[in-house]
Design a binder for this molecule. Structure first.
Ligand code: SF4
Ligand code: SF4
Length: 332
């Protein structure tokens, strides 16, 4: 019988044991429906999720809600929006009660005396020209000043077809301000001209992503298996999409049979009552979904399928480690 021990040497077995203990239970929270940008292709606004529910304004209700989430077993709160830093009292309510990750566009500097070690992921959509085109602003010039050298910050670099051949310059810019970077892919929810992926572009992109990891291993938080999965949408011969997605809000998930999925995962709207379908756009066609966290989770919940060959299990371990680093469960 093939077992974990039979596939791994001592080094890999130690790595396996370290992540096996983690038992991560995440949920996602829309902190607000507001944002200080309006990016073309933002899944939140393009799917009208900002109108799905009226924002709860009473901080006492947020505090009580978070306590209930804690009792539900959540041990990782992922804060999104809108722009969470527009409401630091709500962010603080999470941070005081749960391990908390905050996604931000980095335009507002959070006070580190109030949030000493909270992990932040700063969105970046390409070089200066693409950022201006898609987001109306070169956000890097502001966010990099706000967070230069911060050990609990990384860039969440959204790759677009326009970035092919230009990724290295961005990675170097990020390295030079003393920050880390994780890459994901644009799903182009608003159909911006020239930003849809062609299969041959994804093949070329995968090679470039692999090269970046070889050349900048101390700056990139990534893994080659993740590059393969996110660019091909395939894992062990299976195809990513609605039938396989692990990041569907559990109480709304009536798939039968249901696939392996995140335990008790919910994406909450900012009224603290409404639930969204999944970790990303309500209205996205799943066959075009490039969501990075959903692809990562897809690998993570399918451990058993990777207990097959040594390379498969090592791939699984690397993706799990990557996720654990991005959400502060293990050090960089
Ligand atoms: S900064 Fe984020 S939430 Fe705001 S519009 Fe852009 S993608 Fe959407
Ligand atoms: S849009 Fe993506 S994350 Fe959402 S249900 Fe579809 S495949 Fe999953």
């Amino acid at each position: 019988m093939i077992t974990v021990s039979s596939l791994l040497d001592q080094h890999w077995h130690e790595r396996y044991k370290r992540i096996s203990k983690l038992n991560i239970r995440s949920s996602i929270y829309d902190v607000t429906n507001q944002c200080n940008l309006r990016c073309k292709g933002c899944f939140f606004f393009s799917s009208n999720e900002d109108k799905a529910a009226a924002e709860e304004k009473d901080i006492v209700k947020w505090q009580a809600f978070i306590e209930r989430e804690k009792d539900r077993g959540v041990n990782l709160a992922i804060l999104i929006g809108g722009e969470p830093t527009l409401h630091l009292d709500r962010v603080e309510a999470f941070y005081k009660r749960l391990p908390t990750f905050c996604a931000t566009n980095g335009l507002i500097k959070i006070p580190r005396d109030r949030f000493p070690d909270m992990m932040l992921g700063i969105s970046l959509w390409g070089d200066e020209a693409d950022e201006k085109k898609l987001r109306g602003k070169d956000t890097f010039s502001i966010s990099s000043k706000n967070y230069e050298g911060d050990p609990n910050v990384y860039y969440l670099y959204t790759l677009t077809p326009n970035q092919i051949g230009k990724i290295e310059r961005i990675i170097v810019k990020i390295r030079d301000v003393g920050l880390k970077v994780h890459m994901q892919l644009l799903s182009n929810d608003e159909g911006v001209d020239g930003f849809n992926w062609q299969p041959e572009q994804l093949e070329v992109l995968r090679i470039e992503m692999d090269d970046m990891l070889d050349n900048y291993p101390d700056t990139l938080i990534s893994s080659k298996y993740y590059h393969e999965i996110i660019t091909s949408g395939k894992m062990l011969g299976r195809t990513f999409g609605w039938d396989e997605c692990p990041s569907v809000t559990q109480p709304l998930d009536h798939r039968d049979p249901h696939p392996k999925r995140l335990i008790e995962f919910i994406r909450w709207a900012s009224d603290l009552n409404t639930m969204h379908r999944c970790c990303t756009s309500e209205t996205r066609d799943c066959s075009s979904c490039k969501d990075g966290a959903a692809h990562m989770s897809w690998v993570m919940v399918n451990k058993r399928a990777h207990i097959r060959r040594t390379q498969d299990l090592q791939n699984w371990i690397e993706v799990y480690e990557m996720f654990a680093k991005l959400y502060q469960f293990i050090p960089w």
